[in-house]
Design a protein around this ligand. Structure first.
Ligand code: AMP
Ligand code: MN
Ligand code: MN
Ligand code: MN
Length: 294
């Protein structure tokens, strides 16, 4: 963290508060993600695996060994307005029983969903995708579309994971299976009751109408959500400005994170994003007392 007497504005901190390890759909071990964050000059880090806190103690220890300040993290899958949105949690107690139980329930349907995805791919002529995807899974409880995407690239069906998500695994395409995740209220309350802050992840990625997006932000606040990702690897520079305005309009703190998954696949590396716009209040100000200082 910036020392209290720093002459630099807090938005200049190189915080990276959104990324994945092989505990969900990243390719690196939590320790290797920590080392990469450190090597890239990250000043404050959080590992935010999907629907999982199983890597948090490893991430915290690795960060401590590297003298890297750390906030606990996760990214929860939520069904809202018929689509999937992601809510990041930061600075919570990773051993909180309601949080751990809630995440386990959210993960619960993934295996059956994956079998249905494989059946759908088989009808499109792609056989044995379930077994293929499993080869890439680091955590048996967390088989995701990303693991199918790696298998389809490795077997030459597509040339990269972006192409997979254009041609398969998304609504209306082979391999897509609709799924009911946690509710917005559940995700926000698991995070906040565990002492953390809820953050709307990469809002620019959702295919919501303007009214639905307004409803997402309003309902999120009503449930006790306090922040939004403004600068993320999933946003264009136009999105940075749009969601900076939305943060001000809704009185939300702002977060920043690459959403790094893999050295081979991710176009945005840890710690390489532009800073948050100076008019915003970064999440790391209210969360300062929850940072694990090495
Ligand atoms: P799941 O939780 O199984 O639905 O998988 C969601 C994950 O798929 C996201 O967290 C991303 O890592 C990945 N993903 C989704 N859309 C895309 C895309 N267009 N390109 C690359 N990866 C994507
Ligand atoms: Mn992912
Ligand atoms: Mn996400
Ligand atoms: Mn993510």
């Amino acid at each position: 963290m910036l020392p209290a007497e720093s002459k630099y504005p807090s938005v200049w901190l190189n915080a990276d508060l959104h990324c994945h390890s092989c505990v969900s759909d990243g390719t690196l071990e939590p320790e290797d993600v920590a080392a990469r964050a450190k090597a890239n000059g990250v000043d404050l880090w959080s590992l935010t695996d999907h629907d999982e806190v199983g890597g948090q103690h490893r991430a915290m220890q690795a960060a401590s060994d590297l003298h890297l300040p750390y906030l606990t993290g996760t990214e929860i899958s939520v069904t809202f307005a018929g689509t999937t949105v992601h809510i990041v949690g930061l600075g919570f107690n990773p051993d909180d029983t309601a949080l751990v139980t809630g995440l386990a329930a959210t993960r619960g349907g993934r295996r059956e969903r994956a079998r249905d995805m494989a059946d759908s791919l088989a009808r499109a002529g792609i056989r044995d995708a379930y077994e293929g995807a499993l080869k890439y899974v680091g955590n048996p409880q967390l088989i995701s579309r990303t693991h199918f995407a790696r298998h389809l690239v490795e077997t030459g069906v597509c040339s990269d994971t972006q192409e997979v998500f254009r041609r398969y695994l998304v609504e209306g395409k082979p391999g897509f299976v609709s799924h009911r995740w946690a509710t917005l209220g559940e995700a926000v309350s698991w995070i906040t009751r565990a002492g953390g802050m809820a953050v709307i992840a990469h809002p620019g990625r959702y295919k919501l109408t303007a009214n639905e997006e307004y409803a997402l932000f309003s309902e999120f606040k009503t449930h006790g959500g306090e922040a939004v990702e403004v600068v993320t690897g999933s946003h264009t520079s136009a999105d940075f400005l749009k969601y900076a305005d939305m943060a001000v309009e809704f009185g939300l703190y702002a977060s920043r994170g690459a959403d790094f998954h893999s050295p081979e696949e991710s176009h945005t590396d840890l710690g390489t994003l532009p800073p948050l716009p100076a008019r915003l209040t970064p999440v790391w100000e209210p969360l300062a007392d929850r940072v694990h200082q090495p």
